[in-house]
Design a binder for this molecule. Structure first.
Ligand SMILES: Nc1ncnc2c1ncn2[C@@H]1O[C@H](COP(=O)(O)OP(=O)(O)OP(=O)(O)O)[C@@H](O)[C@H]1O
Length: 449
């Protein structure tokens, strides 16, 4: 194993970590890239499987061909055949034109089939055929076509279990598994946790124009002992939350504060570091725990946002109302205030920063706004509106509290979908869950899109 070559691949693909199991997996990917073999990447959700498919494509002779990543769990069962293999005009209701599938458009390149365990059995039969001899048939066609595509597949479920349950074809499993690559979970890469945390907090500090957080020795131990059911994706989310919410960057983050981010559902449960090693969800499988924990975290974050926002607006209202009193009693004096001399309170500074982030339009408008007593009265109207909006938010938050966890989950998903124009990919990103999980939840809760 040439460690310097492995390091250069890590640099090129932004892979952080030095755990031997990670180096081994990268080495296998580098070796297999040059061949045209089918590769199956296994590893828990969020462990970083996608980069491996890119390494394999980029270091192969197909590097100038197309690379396409498809999440099999995110495509509805009724359309996956047509997406992958294309269809003829009139093949089904709504097929107004013939359409090429990904196996046709990626001819000469690589297809990454993520969440392969979610592929319906009928599609598995078509995939096996294309893997065996490059042949496929468009939906609704009778003519066989040929393509030359390399397949890299990934799964975060045990495919042999799926084979035993009759959900996955055994012949396809062995065909895909020609070369397996195992991406280790974060808890098996102790030495990488601190390195990744530092990298993520530095990157987010740069993005949000703040200083990177530091961890106390106890907090570092807590991070090292945590299980990370959501793996690197979870660590990255936590690093982002801490960077934004822990505004006091003078002191290092202590273990209790860090624990609130690691376990927002039950923040008071941390007593000793060793307790962090105890499974948190006996009786629940790791996947459902990780999804639930992530959704809890979203809820927690929303609550915290609402609380922060309420605090902010109350402070601004207080400031503005007392200024309004002064304005009434000392109109003459106030008229003479030079805008440049006006005190800038911390809350108004925060609000301004918040406004700036929220809307470019606001930034454009602000240049035409003048700081006069009249405009401050108008501002009071704006803050009254803001107050009533906050009351609405409080009302919604109260309603949310009265909902069951399932209802809250459903509600969150509906809101995320609406906010993202029903684009599942972006809604899933906003919720911090995979597209496959989102798709399953949409079906589970029977959500209309
Ligand atoms: N070694 C790493 N260094 C830096 N970032 C990483 C590393 N591994 C993963 N990430 C980041 O973690 C996130 C999750 O990784 P990725 O999407 O590849 O996981 P996955 O195993 O494909 O998950 P899923 O099975 O849910 O699709 C991504 O934002 C990715 O950039």
């Amino acid at each position: 194993m040439d460690l310097s070559e492995i390091q250069s691949v890590k640099n090129r693909f932004g892979i952080i970590g030095a755990a031997p199991a990670l180096n081994y997996a990268i080495n296998v990917a580098m070796q297999v890239a040059a061949t045209d073999l089918t590769v199956l990447i296994t590893g828990e959700s969020g462990s970083g499987k996608e980069s491996f498919s890119k390494i394999i494509h980029s270091l192969s002779v197909r590097k100038h061909g197309n690379f396409i990543a498809i999440n099999c769990g995110a495509i509805p069962e009724g359309t996956i055949d047509s997406e992958l293999f294309g269809h003829e005009k009139g093949a089904f209701t709504g097929a107004l034109d013939a359409r090429k599938g990904y196996f046709e458009t990626t001819n000469g390149g690589t297809i990454f089939l993520d969440e392969i365990g979610e592929m319906p059995l009928g599609t598995q039969a078509r995939l096996l055929r294309v893997l065996e001899n490059g042949e496929y048939i468009r939906v609704g066609a009778s003519k066989t076509q040929k393509t030359d595509v390399r397949v890299v597949a990934a799964t975060n479920v045990n495919l042999l279990d799926a084979v035993n349950k009759g959900k996955f074809r055994e012949d396809l499993y062995y065909r895909l598994n020609t070369v397996p690559i195992y991406v280790p979970p974060l808890r098996e890469r102790d030495e990488d946790v601190l390195m990744l945390f530092r990298k993520f907090t530095n990157d987010f500090a740069e993005r949000y124009r703040t200083r990177p957080v530091r961890l106390s020795p106890d907090a570092r131990q807590t991070l090292l002992s945590f299980d990370f059911p959501g793996n690197i994706r979870q660590l990255k989310n936590i690093a982002e939350q801490i960077t934004i919410l822990e505004t006091d960057k003078e002191e290092p983050i202590d273990a209790d504060t860090l624990w609130r981010y690691l376990n927002p559902v039950n923040p008071s449960s941390r007593r000793t570091v060793s307790q962090a090693l105890v499974p948190l969800s006996l009786g629940e499988d790791a996947t459902s725990f990780s999804e639930r924990e992530i959704l809890y975290k979203v809820l927690f974050e929303m609550r915290r946002d609402v609380t922060e926002l309420k605090k902010l607006v109350r402070e601004v209202l207080k400031d503005e109302q007392s200024n309004h009193e002064i304005l009434k009693n000392h109109q003459d004096l106030f008229d003479n205030i030079n805008p440049a001399d006006a005190p800038v309170t911390e809350t108004s500074r925060l609000l301004a920063a918040h406004e700036e982030r929220l809307s470019n339009n606001a930034r454009n408008d602000s240049s035409s706004r003048e700081y006069t007593p009249a405009s401050r009265v108008v501002d009071l109207d704006r803050y009254s509106q803001a107050r009533s909006q906050i009351e609405d938010v409080e009302h919604i938050a109260e309603e949310e509290e009265s909902l069951s966890l399932e209802d809250q989950e459903k509600d969150l998903i509906i809101k995320a979908l609406r906010r993202n124009n029903n684009k599942r990919k972006y809604a899933a990103q906003a919720l911090g869950i995979s597209e496959r999980t989102l798709y399953r939840k949409i079906k589970q809760y029977d959500i209309d899109e």
